[in-house]
Design a protein around this ligand. Structure first.
Ligand code: DHK
Length: 143
């Protein structure tokens, strides 16, 4: 069975408590449970990881080069700052789908640019946590 890595970046561990008017009421555990269940339906094994630390995310992306067929990533604030995460994704051969829960283009100007978009095969913006399910479907369609 193909392995998919679902990666979430900083502060997404507090989904549900964190500015629910922007990020909604679902928790990260809800998102991860639904992603694993959808993966089962689609015939892929989804492994979910979250870190508040840039280097840890880089390590996991590097690891995924030999363990995962594709990556769904919400880099959170690192979207807007991290060339390191972009570089790591550029060494990953499989499809990469980027997710932003909120509509980053309707928010502060510093959120409008994402480094990860330069590598992502598709970017899903502003669909709430439902964006993860769409990302997973798009990813599987590319495998
Ligand atoms: C999540 C974050 O934590 C922010 O830093 C980004 C993104 C937007 C999201 O919409 O999922 O700016």
């Amino acid at each position: 069975m193909k392995q998919i890595l679902l990666l979430n970046g900083p502060n997404l561990n507090l989904l549900g408590q964190r500015q629910p008017e922007i990020y909604g009421h679902a928790t990260l555990a809800d998102v991860e449970r639904d992603a694993v269940a959808l993966g089962n339906e689609l015939g892929v094994a989804v492994t979910c990881k979250q870190s508040n630390h840039e280097g840890v995310l880089v390590d996991w992306i590097q690891e995924a080069r030999s363990t995962a067929a594709g990556i769904v990533i919400n880099p959170a604030a690192y979207s807007h700052t991290s060339v390191a995460i972009l570089d790591a994704l550029n060494m990953f051969d499989g499809p990469v789908i980027e997710v932003h829960i909120s509509d980053i283009h309707q928010r502060e100007a510093f959120r409008h640019h994402s480094f990860v978009t330069h590598r992502a095969d598709e970017t899903i913006i502003g669909e709430g946590v439902a964006g993860y399910a769409r990302a997973l479907r798009l990813l599987v369609a590319r495998l």
